[in-house]
Design a protein around this ligand. Structure first.
Ligand SMILES: NC(=O)C1=CN([C@@H]2O[C@H](COP(=O)(O)OP(=O)(O)OC[C@H]3O[C@@H](n4cnc5c(N)ncnc54)[C@H](O)[C@@H]3O)[C@@H](O)[C@H]2O)C=CC1
Ligand SMILES: O=C(O)C(=O)COP(=O)(O)O
Length: 320
């Protein structure tokens, strides 16, 4: 029997997998993040950790767990919270949950595109505030999507899922990415790869789907916003710090770009106060993977990863 520590509340089917495999499961059973000091206590003696993306998995946490630790199973596809190098040095296998949240996050990206371009958040706020309104020929006009260009940064799983949705709304797709997408995918989407400068200049909607890393820190800042069309929108369902949030506020306030839709924030859960003032920003609280089905699939995949490593087997989704 191994000791598995789960650092936050996860759907029960994930816990069932761990228990059925005969492991002792210790869950911090709360939606609130556990204080760090307490977490360092909780992980002591763990053979496996199931970690949420709000947990920093670093040398300190691995030290607190001890030498018997075999696996860190992150319950998220993004693993910028995990120091993968430190795990590797210590022979701890690190895993994530790719694939299972692709469609749910693509839905949220498309939702943000529609909300931002059609001013749905503004409309909602007007009705809820009791402000008088009536239908008008020029009232709350937005921007249509047909024949417009979606620029995808990072045409991986979620980028492709978003592009498929955008195609169904009549958009053309271009992308920039670290690597060339498979030819089949390019053909399916009618998409071709361009450099970031071209993507900035040509996109009517720019949607971020790259991982967060030193290479993508502040990928979009004042220079990039200045290079975009004033009629363009930016959508971020990747990670907050891919955008320089202060520069985004300036670009939204000065009319350098038309609007933004954000699911993630630079200093989450803090939101730049300037953004709250921007009527042309749609702000939602990191809901990309927030469906019952997806969160359950993330929990079960993370549990499968942990159970496999503890059994001496290859896990379904190691971080390579
Ligand atoms: N808002 C939310 O709730 C969610 C956010 N995410 C975020 O979305 C990201 C993408 O997820 P997936 O599509 O599943 O990953 P993926 O690995 O399938 O795709 C990532 C793509 O980004 C490209 N890329 C890597 N480095 C790049 C760089 N420096 N510049 C441009 N492109 C680069 C890769 O070539 C790949 O095509 C995750 O890393 C995570 O941070 C993921 C799930 C939910
Ligand atoms: O898997 C990821 O990268 C996520 O962002 C997970 O999304 P969540 O915070 O669980 O909605």
């Amino acid at each position: 029997m191994s000791r598995v520590v789960v650092t936050g509340r996860i759907p029960k089917p994930g816990l069932d997998i761990l228990r059925r495999a005969g492991h002792e499961v210790d869950v911090w059973d709360s939606e609130d993040q556990q204080p760090r000091e307490q977490l360092l206590e909780q992980v002591r003696g763990a053979d496996a950790l199931l970690t949420l993306l709000t947990e920093k998995v670093d040398a300190e946490l691995l030290d607190a767990a001890g030498d018997q630790l075999q696996v860190v199973a992150n319950v998220a596809v993004g693993y910028n919270n995990v120091d993968v190098e430190v795990c590797r040095e210590r022979g701890v296998v690190a895993t994530n949950t790719p694939g299972v949240l692709t469609e749910a996050t693509g839905d949220i990206a498309m939702g943000l595109i529609l909300m931002a371009t059609r001013r749905l958040g503004e409309g909602e706020r007007i009705i809820r505030s009791g402000t008088p309104w009536q239908w008008g020929m020029f009232y709350l006009l937005g921007s249509g999507l047909q024949r417009k260009t979606l620029g995808v940064v990072g045409l991986g799983g979620i980028g492709a899922a978003t592009a498929r949705r955008a195609r169904a709304f009549g958009m053309n797709v271009i992308y920039s990415s670290r690597s060339q997408a498979p030819r089949d995918l390019e053909l399916e989407l009618g998409a071709h790869r361009v450099d970031l400068d071209t993507l900035l200049a040509e996109s009517d909607v720019l949607s971020l789907h790259c991982p967060y890393s030193p290479a993508t820190h502040h990928l979009l800042g004042s220079e990039e916003f200045a290079a975009m069309k004033p009629s363009a929108y930016v959508v971020n369902t990747a990670r907050g710090p891919v955008i320089d949030e202060a520069a985004l506020v300036e670009a939204l306030q000065s009319g350098q770009i038309a609007g933004a839709g954000l699911d993630v924030f630079e200093d989450e859960p803090e939101v730049h106060p300037g953004l709250l003032e921007c009527e042309n920003a749609v702000l939602v609280p990191h809901l990309g993977s927030a469906t019952i089905e997806t969160r359950t699939a993330m929990a079960t995949l993370a549990a499968d990863n942990a159970v496999a490593v503890l059994a001496g087997e290859e896990p379904p989704s190691p971080i390579r």
